[in-house]
Design a protein around this ligand. Structure first.
Ligand code: AMP
Length: 234
């Protein structure tokens, strides 16, 4: 039996661009799925797996873990059994690929899957000043299966209902180790080094790239995303 085709939507944007929050809206309102390599890795760290222990220091320092390792996590997810109804819903790649080498590994994997997946790249564009401001106010749910993102600022869409507590699961909100200032700078520099190369790579291999400005309110970003993808994603 031929497998149904699945759309892969790559969110290409720096840390703090709102990839996680935008993914959450796509999951809640459109029934999409999300693979966040950062969340998967943090999950391994929280569970103390061998993989988690191997990547813990690298992540806390704001550096990148190996291309092969993260690509394997993504491939395992995409290859999982597909009986469930949701299996063919579009899937967002959040935080992957981060380097051209990862993009190549993904490209080779998709080629081996012979057209089972289509890829659209969504470039989430934002200025560095706004990013630093967002990241310095970011707090996340400490529950490893939740990891929902909130803001320390009052009266924003991401402000929790009760200070310091997750709206969804009532667990404590914490700062991520890699949101401390020097790790943030390191992550933004790293991201910028790779972004241009990635955009050129996607264009060279003929993947459609659409731009969505994310220096606006989250629901506006969500609307702009749907508008851009209307004709591409079924
Ligand atoms: P994120 O939650 O996407 O900001 O990822 C948090 C951290 O996990 C990054 O700073 C990296 O250390 C690691 N990480 C996540 N995704 C990748 C990736 N695609 N390649 C390498 N490292 C990654």
């Amino acid at each position: 039996m031929a497998l149904a085709q699945q759309d892969i939507i790559i969110f290409l944007g720096p840390p703090g661009a709102g990839k996680g929050s935008l993914s959450r809206l796509c999951i809640e309102h459109l029934g999409w799925q999300q693979i966040s390599t950062g969340n998967l890795l943090r999950h391994h760290i929280a569970q103390g797996t061998e993989l988690g222990q191997a990547v813990q220091r690298v992540i806390a320092a704001g550096q990148l873990v190996s291309d092969e390792l993260v690509t394997q996590l993504v491939e395992d997810w995409l290859r999982r059994p597909v009986q469930e109804q949701s299996a063919v819903q579009p899937v967002i790649l959040d935080g992957f690929p981060r380097t051209v080498s990862q993009a190549r590994l993904l490209h080779n994997f998709l080629a081996r899957e012979q057209g089972r997946f289509t890829v659209t790249v969504v470039h989430l564009a934002i200025s560095s000043e706004i990013l630093l401001e967002r990241l310095s106010n970011r707090i996340v749910c400490s529950e490893k299966n939740c990891q929902t993102v909130y803001s320390l600022r009052a009266d924003t869409r991401l402000t929790p209902r009760v200070t310091g507590i997750c709206d969804l699961c009532n667990n404590e909100l914490i700062r991520r180790a890699d949101d401390e200032l020097h790790a943030v700078r390191q992550r933004l520099d790293l991201y910028q080094q790779h972004e241009e190369e990635l955009l050129q790579y996607f264009k060279a291999v003929g993947k459609p790239v659409v731009a969505v400005p994310v220096d606006q309110e989250l629901t506006m970003v969500f609307n702009a995303l749907q508008e851009q993808l209307r004709e591409r994603v079924v």
